[in-house]
Write a protein that binds this ligand. Sequence first.
Ligand SMILES: Cc1cc2nc3c(=O)[nH]c(=O)nc-3n(C[C@H](O)[C@H](O)[C@H](O)COP(=O)(O)O)c2cc1C
Length: 213
Amino acid sequence: MTLRDRRVQYETAGLDVSDLDASPIVQWQRWYDQAAEAGVAEPNAMTVSTIADDGAPDARVVLVRAADERGFVFFTNYDSAKGRQIDDDPVAAATFAWLDLHRQVRVRGTVERVSAEESDDYFASRPRDSQIGAWASPQSQPIADRAALTARVEEMTARFADGPVPRPAHWGGFRLGPVSIEFWQGRPNRLHDRFRYLRDGSTGHWRIERLAP
Ligand SMILES: Cc1cc2nc3c(=O)[nH]c(=O)nc-3n(C[C@H](O)[C@H](O)[C@H](O)COP(=O)(O)O)c2cc1C
């Protein structure tokens, strides 16, 4: 089938404002749980878009490791491209695409580092090989070849021997604190349901509006 002819008819039940929780985080959790139950691959994957040096957006997938009223937490290398971009301009957009359920969630907001304790706690829960990987990989930097990476892994494996692997200072969490969250439910004939929560900066309350598809 050609790209231009590929078309899915979304026959899923609609979304009404009465279906939505007053909290977009509770609503997100509900949809996340449904995506996980439906067997969506990596339902905690989100595409995070940041702003690069040249002013243009840069986007990549990361995994959400915690979500609460403060926002969505993901872990990465603070010296990576995304880490530096966030340091320079601490804003981001994130997109969850749960395509099997014909759903999308879009988040916009500000980003800050989580506490060192939070990063330590999560780092300690990672498999040892991933902990070594965080030390071995100069994420986003050009490297000569795969062998160079393997050599770094061997070097770090030897360095920590049988002892615990501490969290590198250049590795930790970021929290995307939402100022808006949009829930999109695919409907027949491209007449989709869209609801956007907007946070009132002074009260912190969420207002919900329906958007045209
Ligand atoms: C499913 C999936 C999950 C990923 N999860 C993470 C993650 O949690 N943290 C991370 O740093 N990179 C993750 N990555 C790799 C990133 O997409 C990206 O390649 C890397 O972080 C470097 O991005 P940057 O150069 O823009 O900083 C994941 C990639 C995929 C496809």
